[in-house]
Design a protein around this ligand. Structure first.
Ligand SMILES: NC(=O)c1ccc[n+]([C@@H]2O[C@H](COP(=O)([O-])OP(=O)(O)OC[C@H]3O[C@@H](n4cnc5c(N)ncnc54)[C@H](OP(=O)(O)O)[C@@H]3O)[C@@H](O)[C@H]2O)c1
Length: 337
């Protein structure tokens, strides 16, 4: 079988397509025939050596979907033929996050999904909604689950709340769709007026071009009648100050991303003065995935797939993400699909 590997150095251009023996499942394990994967900004950081202290060689990417091709001794939780997504965290099933539940992350501390046949613990997958194709389901484990957890597990949004999402990448577009599902009013920011039009078509109630409106935090607060309830903060360095401006007194900033950089100085009184809830979060548990999948199935919610590229074109897909040319998710189709 084929797999993409970062072999000798951390860079997109050093990625190699390698041949590996097909795995067989041990006791309690399964083998998943992967059909699709999707690109996350985190994969770009990982491949470039900025995402953590991982060891080479590494099979990257956390998000994918496929069908179970073989089960090992003692496996009863899932069966051959089940359509599943491998979970981002292989050891977080339920409850609040802990050091041990976050230890095993695909495409990081564990081999990722860019392999045609993937051996996993039977506990490490979840069934995918019947309403979704493999390509659509491959977008869920990191981007969608992070948006789901941010809004429903951390911010506890309610109908009528206001939500601000930054940019039109994977996490933000899922946050837009899920917030609309919950009856919230959503503000979307983007560098592109064309993308803002597409966001409106998905239900965005208000849009701001963050390139042409430098003070977009104040503009969002004004539109929301004095401050936004929940801010999905994916920009990091260049957006955090504006997010604080945008938030209402007692509002929530969901700290998720670092698109513009990792570190920023902020005035501490702006946090306690506004009584802000600043919540850091990374992805979610298997039970959260199951709840999200069920909500998507019942509401016929479809992930927004910008484009589907061939398995051979993984480096090009990463470069496309680097340029920010996408809206929603970039998906990779496996040769066997
Ligand atoms: N904590 C977690 O568990 C978790 C999970 C998933 C992702 N993340 C992080 O969240 C961030 C987003 O990930 P993603 O996969 O959704 O990324 P993505 O799909 O690559 O998003 C890229 C888009 O973000 C927007 N953007 C870029 N720089 C921006 C800035 N300075 N201000 C506002 N928007 C900006 C751009 O949208 P426009 O083109 O519309 O301007 C760009 O197209 C990344 O930092 C990622 O590492 C964290």
């Amino acid at each position: 079988m084929k797999a993409w590997q970062v072999s000798r150095e951390w860079s997109i251009d050093a990625m190699e397509l390698v041949e590996q023996p097909e795995p067989t499942p041990g006791s309690g394990q399964i083998v998943v025939r992967m059909r699709a994967a999707s690109v996350n900004y985190r994969d770009l950081l990982t491949v470039e050596g900025k995402g953590g202290s991982y060891r080479l060689p590494l099979i990257p990417f956390s998000d994918g979907a496929g069908e179970i091709a073989a089960v090992g001794e003692g496996v009863t939780r899932v069966s051959i033929g089940d359509r599943v997504c491998p979970m981002f965290f292989q050891s977080w099933f339920d409850g609040r996050p802990s050091a041990s539940s976050r230890r095993l992350a695909l495409g990081g501390t564990r081999p990722g999904v860019l392999q045609e046949m993937m051996v996993l613990d039977a506990e490490g997958v979840s069934r995918i909604p019947s309403t979704l194709t493999f390509e659509e389901a491959a977008t869920l484990p990191c981007a969608a689950l992070t948006a789901w957890r941010a809004l429903f597990e951390e911010a506890h949004i309610r109908p009528g709340d206001t939500v601000l999402v930054q940019g039109t990448g994977g996490v933000s577009i899922f946050a837009l769709q899920l917030a609309k599902l919950a009856g919230a009013a959503v503000i979307v920011t983007s560098s592109s007026d064309d993308k803002l039009e597409r966001a409106k078509a998905l239900g965005a109630d208000h849009t701001i071009n963050y390139r042409s409106v430098a003070d977009w935090g104040k503009a969002a607060a004004h539109w929301a009648g004095g401050g936004v309830d929940h801010i999905v903060e994916v920009g990091g360095k260049d957006t955090l100050q504006q997010s604080i401006e945008a938030a209402r007194v007692g509002g929530t900033i969901l700290m998720i991303g670092v698109l513009s950089g990792f570190a920023q100085q902020i005035a501490i009184p702006s946090l306690f003065g506004k009584n802000l809830h600043v919540i850091g979060l990374s992805v979610g548990s298997r039970i959260m995935f199951e709840q999200m999948a069920s909500a998507m199935e019942r509401n016929h919610m479809k992930p927004v797939v910008d484009r589907i590229v061939a398995f051979d074109a993984v480096p090009e897909a990463l470069k496309l993400m680097q340029k920010g040319g996408h809206f929603g998710k970039i998906v990779v189709r496996f040769p066997s699909s």
